[in-house]
Design a protein around this ligand. Structure first.
Ligand code: CTP
Ligand code: MG
Length: 181
């Protein structure tokens, strides 16, 4: 039992370390968000917004920069404290990919007729993971394959929605977010 807990804890720590640029990019987009929406307020053919007011340039750029800063700090970590070495392309792809995934998610939410901020269970929690992984796989497939073993991938998929929910409840509580999800 104790061994199992130790192994799971190890996986969670490593998964968090590897995903940290993406985990930082997502909530800092909320902090820096506001201003001009990425779709400039324009509608799609169906008469609904392309992305909606919840996706802004400030959020996209601010979140990406914060994710990259964290990744650059992680790259300076001494090897004995590091749970995995980053490449610069991996750091950029994890940060930007996370918010690209979130943006693509909003596009599909609008096509489904869901209003900005409407709940989209699991998709709202894993959109940025999918975006980060796809972009990082495109720009640095070797880094992804070397670091994301099967069990790390499983850990991220299970752990992220829990972490996301807790972060958003905190964001709602401190009045940064309009909804607790
Ligand atoms: N945000 C932003 N720009 C981004 C991502 C997020 O400005 N690229 C900010 C917006 O203020 C947004 C908030 O962060 O309202 C919460 O993000 P999220 O939950 O992803 O957006 P929602 O408002 O829920 O919109 P959607 O229904 O499109 O997911
Ligand atoms: Mg939302």
């Amino acid at each position: 039992m104790f061994e199992l807990i130790a192994v799971i804890t190890g996986y969670i720590l490593k998964a968090t370390w590897l995903m940290l640029p993406a985990y930082i990019a997502n909530p800092t987009a909320v902090v820096f968000g506001g201003g001009t929406p990425i779709d400039f307020g324009k509608n799609w053919k169906d008469g609904r917004r392309i992305f909606g007011d919840g996706k802004t340039f400030r959020g996209l750029i601010g979140g990406t920069i914060c994710g990259i800063i964290i990744g650059l700090i992680q790259m300076q970590a001494p090897p004995q404290f590091s749970l995995g070495a980053f490449t610069l392309s991996a750091v950029v792809a994890l940060s930007f990919g996370a918010l690209l995934g979130d943006l693509v998610k909003s596009f599909f939410k609008r096509r489904l007729g869901l209003a900005r901020g409407a709940k989209f269970p699991l998709v709202d929690q894993l959109d940025f993971v999918a975006g980060a992984w796809i972009l990082v796989y495109i720009v640095d497939p070797k880094w992804f394959i070397d670091n994301f073993s099967f069990w790390i991938i499983i850990t991220v998929i299970i752990f992220t929605p829990i972490l996301h929910r807790l972060t958003n409840m905190l964001g709602f509580y401190i009045k940064l977010k309009k909804e607790p999800w």
